[in-house]
Ligand binder design. Structure first.
Ligand SMILES: CC(C)(COP(=O)(O)OP(=O)(O)OC[C@H]1O[C@@H](n2cnc3c(N)ncnc32)[C@H](O)[C@@H]1OP(=O)(O)O)[C@@H](O)C(=O)NCCC(=O)NCCS
Length: 160
């Protein structure tokens, strides 16, 4: 993921926010501000990430939100027409390799408990439930949504 990808990433994020249910980001949001924030994070190397492309189309992305965290949190999205093709799994494998190389003991994420596809992917790639945060995300309309914190330990190279 580089600066050149930022506009396409934010466009994909907007499409998924419009779907309504899966991610904390709600539509509408300030697209320009979001793009600036992501560009800054990449420039400052606070974030790293990877994209999935199909031909010239950006169809998915995974970001490590703050690489300075001991157990960094990740976020990921795959465009609706491209789900269920293994793209999410491939992006996660790339993130696990990054964590291993960078000495991170684990990666973490937050997911809505009713996001069944995401839960299937995370449980199938070694994430375990840590805690349920009741009303952990407050929507614009003031309602709360429970959010599940998950953690994926990273095995050290050479350890059996
Ligand atoms: C969650 C998401 C990133 C997964 O990406 P993906 O490319 O679809 O994932 P994959 O194809 O690699 O794997 C999906 C897994 O879910 C399972 N799955 C597929 N369709 C499913 C469905 N309809 N319901 C439940 N599980 C399903 C598959 O069995 C697969 O597991 P496997 O690898 O063990 O076979 C993607 O669906 C997405 O972006 N969703 C909307 C945004 C979102 O929810 N982001 C995550 C927020 S925490």
């Amino acid at each position: 993921m580089g600066e050149r990808d930022v506009d396409a990433i934010v466009a994909l994020l907007a499409a998924i926010a419009r779907e309504g249910n899966y991610i904390a980001t709600e539509w509408p949001f300030d697209v320009g501000a979001r793009a600036r924030a992501l560009r800054d994070a990449l420039l400052l190397r606070r974030s790293v990430g990877w994209i999935a492309v199909d031909g010239r189309e950006l169809v998915g992305e995974l970001s490590v939100i703050d690489v300075t965290q001991e157990e960094p949190e990740i976020g990921m999205i795959v465009g609706a027409p491209h789900r269920g093709r293994g793209i999410g799994r491939a992006l996660l494998e790339r993130a696990f390799a990054w964590a291993r190389t960078n000495g991170k003991p684990a990666l973490t994420l937050r997911v809505f408990p009713d996001n069944e596809r995401a839960r299937a992917l995370y449980c199938g790639t070694g994430f375990v439930d840590v805690s349920l945060q009741p009303d952990g995300i407050v929507r614009r309309d003031g309602t709360g949504r429970d959010v599940l914190l998950m953690r994926r330990p990273i095995d050290e190279p050479g350890r059996t």
